[in-house]
Design a protein around this ligand. Structure first.
Ligand code: NAD
Length: 444
């Protein structure tokens, strides 16, 4: 099949590459000329495991190409997926500027019947907004073409996006014209081989399903983080508590890891957007507010622990931070807890030495080089630091040699925002180890 994807970011590129991989003929469009120039030369502007070889091999097989031309992209296919950004506005609502721009451009270039599939995460009702906007734009352009709309929210996780897309837990498709099911069955045929994954539903339910999934996952994170803070206060160990509750099948172990808060381009903005949807209907979502507020506080937890440990001595200290990306296996730093932490450290007069295998803050933040520096290796960042903070649990941090690390640090102190080390091991090596909900420091 011929498929067009509009928006070539994390979702658009993965969707385009995976559709091409199963034999579809895909054109990906973006209005970022530089990005398309790079992609056309086989340079992938983001880091996502397995994405680069998949894009390159499908480009070589002429099943995947990139363009900035709406005419080319719209004329290419009868099915057009929208995968553009839907960031947060100041009031928490989703900003649909990019989606609206896409629709205007599609209308201007329509040359026949199209199925417009919204893959971007957007508030309930957005598909009907798309429908009305497209109808108006076509009328204005005196074009007499028909179209269908569909909602096909994306559930991939950055860092595991290719596997998630190729082996989805479910494929949610919201349609108002039941005949479209044949089309989606065909598009997703290769992904349904083991078992039929598509769930058809009405458009509004599909739109809400995406927000509901992210809200549930964010709630789990804020729940375990709240419990971790209570564990710290009462002198319990959250990792033992986690095992204790996870054994109950109704609760399970998944997504119950205490840490320094969730970040990324989805949870923070989607929780705010769902909250905004509720408030537009005069409903105050106490749960979503709590999830959001707990997370805002949790992003400060590492700094609070550092401050309570060092007191007023922070000014003039050097502290190493391992991990900048909002989670491992991605270069995405959007809403990353590391940003909150590093800003607070710098504001307190600390010199921050950071290391991340892939991500960088230097492109987006103009830190003074006397206050912040990024290093090429974890050891170089840790060398001569007064303490080490783990912010992202990249695999290479999991099996350090405690004695080697001790020699690098001026003081053997680790603040672990992801609880990746054993407190017993650290204590055997005389390293002061402060995790999230695993230390009884405050209660002694
Ligand atoms: P992104 O910012 O990485 O990519 C969006 C792309 O759209 C950018 O390359 C941008 O240049 C392009 N764009 C913006 N306006 C355009 C226009 N008018 N015409 C053409 N291109 C345009 O965003 P993303 O992370 O891929 O997310 C896209 C959507 O998918 C969002 O709604 C997001 O919430 C949702 N989503 C993201 C993830 C994720 O893990 N990143 C997962 C599921 C769903």
């Amino acid at each position: 099949m011929k498929i067009t994807i509009i928006g070539s970011g994390y979702v658009g590129l993965v969707t385009g590459a995976c559709f091409a991989e199963v034999g579809h003929n895909v054109i990906c469009l973006d209005n970022d000329t530089q990005k398309i120039k790079q992609l056309s030369r086989g340079i992938i502007p983001i880091y996502e495991p397995k994405l680069e070889p998949m894009i390159k091999s499908n480009m070589n097989d002429n099943r995947l190409s990139f363009t900035t031309s709406y005419k080319k992209a719209v004329h290419n296919a009868n099915v057009i997926f929208i995968a553009v950004d839907t960031p947060s506005k100041k009031n928490g609502d989703a900003d649909l500027t990019s989606v609206k721009n896409v629709i205007k451009n599609i209308a201007e270039n329509m040359n026949g019947h199209k199925v417009i599939v919204q893959k971007s995460t957007s508030p309930v009702g957005t598909n009907y907004l798309i429908k009305n906007l497209l109808l108006k734009s076509l009328k204005r352009a005196k074009k007499d073409f028909t179209f269908d709309i569909a909602s096909n929210p994306e559930f991939l996780k950055e860092g595991n996006a290719i596997s998630d897309f190729m082996k989805p837990d479910r494929i949610i498709v919201g349609i108002e014209n039941n005949n479209l099911s044949k089309l989606f069955d065909q598009i997703y045929k290769a992904f349904n081989r083991k078992s039929y994954k598509i769930q058809y539903m009405d458009i509004k339910s599909a739109e809400l399903t995406k927000y509901a999934a992210n809200a549930m996952l964010a709630t789990k994170i804020s729940f375990i983080n709240e419990l971790a803070n209570i564990a710290d206060m009462v002198g319990a160990d959250i990792d033992k508590v986690r095992n204790g509750i996870g054994a109950d099948k109704r609760i399970g172990y998944e997504f119950l890891y205490p840490g320094c808060g969730y970040g990324g381009s989805c949870f923070p903005k989607d929780i705010k957007a769902l909250n905004h949807i509720a408030s537009k209907h005069n409903y105050v979502s106490r749960l979503l507010n709590a999830v959001d507020n707990i997370n805002d506080d949790q992003k400060n937890i590492l700094f609070k622990k550092v401050k309570s440990f060092f007191g007023n001595k922070l000014k003039g200290m050097t502290i190493a931070v391992w991990g900048i990306a909002f989670k491992p296996e991605t270069d995405d730093i959007r809403y990353a807890p590391s940003i909150t932490l590093i800003n607070s450290l710098i504001d307190s007069g600390v010199f921050v030495k950071s290391y991340d295998p892939i991500a960088t803050l230097s492109k987006d933040f103009n830190f003074d080089s006397n206050k912040y520096k990024e290093y090429k290796t974890a050891s170089a960042a840790a060398k001569n630091a007064d303490a080490l903070i783990i912010c992202t649990e990249w695999k290479e941090f999991w099996s350090i040699e405690p004695d080697k690390l001790k020699k690098l640090l001026i003081k053997p102190i680790i603040f672990d925002g992801r609880n990746i080390y054993s407190p017993d091991l650290m204590s055997r090596h005389n390293i002061t180890y402060i995790g999230i909900g695993t230390n009884n420091l405050d209660s002694h």
